[in-house]
Write a protein that binds this ligand. Structure first.
Ligand code: DX5
Ligand code: ZN
Length: 214
C-alpha cells in the first residue's frame, strides 16, 4: 500500500524535521489536513503552511480539505503545488463541477466520504475521480479509533470501481496502525493515511516501512 503520513500529528514547531523524515521514508505521499472550524469542529493549518511544506517536500502532496465551499480555494491549492486536491462529498453542492475545476487547474481530484455517507452516492461520479477517500473516523481530529464498518465500505467501493471501469484509487484515513492497515489492504485499499501511528512511534521510519509492507 501507498502510505501517506498525516502532518496533523507532527510537532508543528518542527515541521521541517517531519517533512525531512517523510522524504527519507518509504512513504509515497504527504497528507495535509486543512480544517476550517465549520465543516469540522477543529482548525488545523492553511495554505501558507502547505506552501512551506511543499518547498521542502520530495514527495507529492495529498491535500485533504475538511472545509465548506472548497471550490473557492482551487487556485490556492494548485499554487501550493498539490498533486491531489481532495474535497468532501458532504461539502460540495455541485460535485461534478468541482471535480472538473480541479482537473482544469491541473491537479488530480479526489472525493471523501464521511463514515455515515454511503458509497452508492458515488455511482454517478466514480468515473470522473482519481481517488475516493473513505473516512474511517469522523473527521476533525487525529488519534481516534478505526470504525470497523469501513472495511465493508472498501469492498463496496472496490465493486463499484470494477463495474464502472473507473481507475479511482481507494484511500482510507483515520485510526490506521499496523493491525488496521492489514485489514484495509486486504479489503482492497490502495492508500492509507497514518498520523498518530507514525508520529508517536519510537521509530517513525520503521513504522512507515511496516505499514507500507502489510
Ligand atoms: C482526521 C484527519 C486525518 C488524521 C488521521 O480528520 O483527516 O488525516 O490526521 O490521524 P490518525 O492517523 O491519528 O487517526
Ligand atoms: Zn486526512
Amino acid at each position: 500500500m501507498i502510505i501517506a503520513p498525516s502532518l496533523l500529528a507532527a510537532d508543528f514547531g518542527h515541521l521541517a524535521e517531519a517533512v525531512d523524515m517523510i522524504n527519507r521514508s518509504e512513504a509515497g505521499w504527504i497528507h495535509c489536513d486543512v480544517m476550517d472550524g465549520v465543516f469540522v469542529p477543529n482548525i488545523s493549518f492553511g495554505f501558507p503552511v502547505i506552501k512551506s511544506v511543499q518547498s521542502l517536500a520530495q514527495k507529492p502532496l495529498d491535500v485533504h480539505l475538511m472545509i465548506v465551499n472548497p471550490d473557492r480555494y482551487i487556485s490556492q491549492v494548485r499554487d501550493c503545488g498539490a498533486m491531489m486536491m481532495n474535497v468532501h462529498y458532504e461539502a460540495c453542492t455541485h460535485l461534478h463541477r468541482t471535480i472538473q475545476s480541479i482537473h482544469d487547474a491541473g491537479m488530480k481530484a479526489a472525493v471523501t466520504l464521511n463514515p455515515a455517507t454511503p458509497v452508492i452516492l458515488l455511482s454517478d461520479i466514480i468515473s470522473d475521480v482519481d481517488m475516493v477517500l473513505l473516512m474511517s473516523v469522523n473527521p476533525g481530529f487525529g488519534g481516534q479509533s478505526f470504525i470497523e464498518h469501513t472495511t465493508e465500505k472498501i469492498r463496496q467501493l472496490k465493486a463499484l470501481i470494477e463495474t464502472s471501469h473507473s481507475g479511482a484509487l481507494i484511500q482510507v484515513d483515520g485510526g490506521i496502525n499496523q493491525k488496521t492497515a492489514a485489514i484495509v489492504a486486504d479489503a482492497g485499499a490502495d492508500v492509507a493515511v497514518a498520523g498518530s501511528s507514525v508520529f508517536k512511534a519510537a521509530d517513525p521510519l520503521a513504522e512507515i516501512a511496516a505499514l507500507a509492507s502489510v
